[in-house]
Design a protein around this ligand. Structure first.
Ligand code: ZN
Length: 83
């Protein structure tokens, strides 16, 4: 009885998350809802750990991270060229 209740409630929670968000973040170890999708190369060049596939789906946090890292990379590249 107790087990049945736990399974049922867990299934409910999981279903809610999946249905409302559609896709989950592709980053390894992250289970947040994806809000943006980017090309795999873009995610990889930002240093995000994403599995093979056509696109990488990112949650809010990882999308921010991606933007931040890509910006940083560009700055470093610029810097390298000057030196
Ligand atoms: Zn994420």
């Amino acid at each position: 009885m107790v087990v049945g209740y736990l399974v049922k409630s867990k299934g409910f929670v999981e279903q809610m998350g999946k249905v409302s968000a559609g896709v989950k973040c592709s980053v390894t170890g992250c289970n947040e809802h994806a809000v943006k999708s980017v090309s795999l190369n873009r995610a990889r060049s930002a240093g995000l750990e994403v599995p093979e596939g056509r696109r990488a789906y990112l949650c809010k946090v990882h999308y921010k991270e991606l933007k931040k890292r890509l910006k940083k990379e560009r700055v470093i590249e610029k810097w390298r060229h000057t030196v």
